[in-house]
Write a protein that binds this ligand. Structure first.
Ligand SMILES: Nc1ncnc2c1ncn2[C@@H]1O[C@H](C[S@+](CC[C@H]([NH3+])C(=O)[O-])CC(=O)[O-])[C@@H](O)[C@H]1O
Ligand SMILES: O=C(O)C(=O)Cc1ccccc1
Length: 243
């Protein structure tokens, strides 16, 4: 599979039908799609690596849940020592296949284990870091707390969860402004109005964002002792939480 094609999926006459799926067409354009759709994506990945450098411990594992093509996995690999293992999980076959191909000639790849699995079924053990980078938003809302509880239970002392999400903004002047600015951002990245509105429709029943308050209440309810919000760009937010 050739990866790194530019994302014109939602402009094509054969544009993906709703609902949005992480299939081979999406995998092919994913790096371009995510970079042009998530403001500050590169920074999000880079700082995740810096957090990994601080919290990853020899003899433990770092989990990249919903790894797609492994941007987080590769960043953790670059920032951690030889005794740290990385477990990358995704339930989309095209993503796992794409990541396997990308790892083939990467130094340190023997530290990475790939799993084609649902994050809700993946065992989480001896974890010094678990990353949910733009993944929890695709898990059924009523099962999100259970997943966070399982993650917390799998963390070693001193371990951390990184959670990054598109957030639900209030329908008020500030929230509407963030939503409009996200569309402006996409337009400035070269997406057409048609592509933007088709993708919005395709994601509607699939990507179900929670508000900042819901996320923070859930982190507390899952038993995390504390958290810090370390990133926001428009309607994208990231936290680090510790057990
Ligand atoms: N239940 C599930 N189980 C396993 N995988 C899942 C599940 N639901 C969705 N996925 C997978 O989660 C990924 C979400 S993309 C993550 C970006 C990446 N983290 C990055 O840092 O580039 C975010 C986005 O596209 O907005 C996709 O690869 C899905 O197949
Ligand atoms: O495009 C969006 O609106 C997003 O929330 C980001 C995104 C990026 C890649 C796949 C799905 C959603």
């Amino acid at each position: 599979m050739t990866i790194n094609a530019s994302d014109d999926l939602f402009d094509r006459p054969d544009a993906p039908i709703s609902p949005f799926r992480f299939d081979a067409d999406v995998a092919r354009v994913f790096p371009d799609m995510v970079r042009r759709s998530v403001p500050g994506y590169a920074e999000l990945i880079g700082i995740t690596g810096l957090i990994a450098r601080r919290v990853a411990r020899p003899g433990t594992r770092c989990y990249d849940l919903g790894c797609s093509l492994g941007a987080v996995t590769r960043e953790i690999l670059a920032r951690t020592g030889p005794e740290v293992r990385i477990v990358a999980v995704d339930n989309a076959p095209a993503m796992i296949a794409g990541l396997r191909a990308r790892l083939a000639d990467l130094p340190g790849r023997e530290r990475v284990e790939l799993f084609h699995a649902d994050v809700e079924e993946a065992p989480i053990e001896q974890a010094s870091l678990v990353v949910l980078n733009l993944t929890l938003q695709f898990v059924a809302p009523e099962r999100r707390l259970e997943l966070l509880e399982r993650i917390r239970a799998g963390l070693v002392p001193g371990g951390a969860l990184i959670l990054a999400e598109k957030i639900l903004v209030p329908s008020d002047r500030g929230g509407d402004l963030l939503t409009a600015l996200h569309e402006d951002f996409k337009r400035a990245q070269g997406y057409s109005d048609l592509a933007i509105s088709r993708k919005r429709a395709a994601l509607e029943q699939v990507l179900l964002p929670d508000s900042v308050e819901t996320h923070e209440q859930r982190l507390a309810a899952a038993g995390f002792a504390g958290f810090a919000r370390w990133y926001q760009s428009l309607n994208f937010v990231a936290w680090v939480a510790w057990a």
